[in-house]
Design a protein around this ligand. Structure first.
Ligand code: KIV
Ligand code: ZN
Length: 520
């Protein structure tokens, strides 16, 4: 691949490394939706999944490959021939397919498959050659590159280039490196490895020490021309480099980092909200670029300065990232056509039946809440359109609260078409309600996370609740929004349980199991 010297390729791995984060699992439809937003936004390469990991991953990568318009569609494969074949079967449908194959090259990672340095070098040659025989766009990664001995790294990178890799990705798998070191590593490879000027170097950073964005930009300044990143920095542990941060850093500080990306930054806010909604990982309020407070100027001094000249405290305009000044959109008198048009602006294409369902929920919400904001609509969409048929449904509930505990909840759930009713007490209304669910649906899942966020301001604001459950290593997240926090909590719990039932039924290999136990 050749490219202009100042063009930085944006490689998004939200659907692979991001989705690998425990609890961030997305449904098939959600993955297709995010891929289409990434494609529209101008991301150059979408890493759509890990096809050998599960049937679900294979199906998602194949479908995304078929639908892609502009982006290269990439799949991940371990350094094993069946993995690479499976990956090719999925990505080959794309107009521009890519196979990404990897192996851990640091001493700690070499010890896992128990290969000597020579044996590993041979495996790299064999697998990259195999991938290149299938596809003319092949990316190779020495996992844990930043902790691999320099001489060995140069040796294996040279082998991969000779075997036909067109992109060499340098992962900081454990988020250990620092900007100066990240730059030095790329510079060393460019200087020492024969053929390095014929390929593209990529940087793939994790954020364990909070330096992923800085490390990625330092690598670019040293000569890397592809950044691997995720929306909202989603990813295992502290996450990956955040796409929105590198894109905006290159745009705002183009004076000192004269590089271009193909990303339309005005689409950042929308895709950030959508990824937060489908992954169940809310964006922290003070997150750079896409956090709720990133453009809010609360203090008196700031407000005074802002009124006189926005540049006093603002280094980028809210509209540059797609944040509209006021997003009050609708109220109880808004009609169906207005709702459809607003949802289309937010990126939701609805069929007539879906619109009918959403409109009913919208009217119910508008009866309880005077002003409906974009965030309310996004939350509403999350709870209305779930493509998977739910086996458990909330029929009704009632909670009795008072200053004297314990609190009491009554609940009727429909489970596989039959209604069941119970009444339970608990330490607070949410606890009492969750005890009802536990009494009505027998399960051993452990509640790993319970999180409440106000969608907008005001006492009539909707609350978005995330519930993460874990059972036998399977982790699922459920989400719901309602003006009543307890109702939202129950719906989120029920949503998570429904997802767990689907995962139980599908059985087979969990993606995380393959990732952690068998990455080599
Ligand atoms: O962090 C990492 O090393 C990875 C590789 C699979 C590229 O995600
Ligand atoms: Zn990674």
């Amino acid at each position: 691949m050749t490219q202009e010297q100042d063009r930085v390729v944006i490689f998004d791995t939200t659907l692979r490394d991001g989705e690998q984060s425990p609890g961030a699992t997305m449904t098939h439809t959600e993955k297709l939706e995010i891929a289409s937003l990434l494609d529209e936004m101008g991301v150059d390469i979408i890493e759509a999944g890990f096809p050998i990991a599960s049937e679900g991953d294979f199906a998602a990568v194949s479908e995304i490959a078929k639908n892609s318009k502009n982006a290269v569609i990439c799949g991940l494969a371990r350094a094993q021939l069946p993995d690479i074949d499976r990956c090719w079967e999925a990505v080959k449908h794309a107009a521009q397919p890519r196979i990404h194959t990897f192996i851990g090259t640091s001493p700690l990672h070499r010890a896992i498959p128990n290969l000597t340095m020579d044996e590993m070098a041979e495996r790299i040659d064999q697998t990259v050659t195999h991938a290149r025989n299938l596809c003319d766009n092949v990316q190779w990664s020495p996992m844990d590159a930043t902790r691999t001995e320099a001489d060995y790294l140069c040796r294996v990178v040279e082998i991969a280039i000779k075997a036909g890799a067109t992109t060499i990705n340098i992962p900081d798998t454990v988020g250990y490196t620092a900007p100066r070191e990240s730059a030095a590593l790329i510079r060393m490879l460019l200087e020492r490895v024969p053929g390095a000027d014929e390929i593209i170097f990529a940087t793939h950073c994790h954020n364990d020490l909070g330096m992923a964005t800085a490390n990625s930009l330092a690598a670019v300044e040293a000569g890397a021309r592809q950044i691997e990143c995720t929306i909202n920095g989603l990813g295992e542990r502290a996450g990956n480099t955040a796409l929105e941060e590198v894109v905006m850093a290159l745009k705002v500080r183009n004076d000192i980092m004269p590089f271009q990306t193909g990303v339309d930054s005005t689409k950042l806010m929308n895709i950030s909200r959508r990824v937060a909604a489908v992954s169940g990982f809310p964006v922290q309020f003070n997150k750079a670029i896409v956090g709720k407070n990133a453009f809010a100027h609360e203090s008196g001094i700031h407000q005074d300065g802002m009124l006189k000249n926005a540049e006093t405290f603002e280094i980028m305009r809210p509209e540059d990232v797609g944040l509209t000044e006021t997003n009050i959109v609708m109220g109880k008198h808004s009609g169906r056509a207005a709702l459809r048009s607003k949802l289309e602006n937010l990126g939701y294409e609805l069929g007539d039946n879906q619109l009918k369902d959403v409109f009913v929920r919208f009217k119910e919400l508008a009866d309880r809440k005077k002003e409906i904001y974009e965030d309310d609509l996004i939350a509403l969409m999350r709870t209305t359109i779930d493509p998977e048929e739910d086996r458990i449904k909330l029929v009704s509930m009632r909670v009795v609260c008072g200053t004297e505990g314990p609190q009491q909840a009554e609940m009727t759930l429909e489970v596989d078409g039959t209604e069941h009713k119970t009444s339970q007490t608990g330490d607070g209304p949410v606890d009492a309600s969750f005890n009802c669910i536990k009494a009505l649906v027998s399960h051993t899942a452990r509640l790993q996370l319970y999180q409440v966020h106000a969608v907008t301001e005001g006492t009539d604001a909707q609350a978005t609740v995330s519930v993460r459950l874990e059972e036998d290593g399977r982790i699922v997240t459920g989400q719901s929004a309602d003006t009543d926090t307890v109702v939202a909590s129950v719906r989120a719990y029920v949503h998570a349980l429904n997802r767990l039932l689907v995962r139980r039924e599908k059985g087979g290999t969990d993606k995380r199991e393959i990732h952690y136990k068998d990455m080599h």
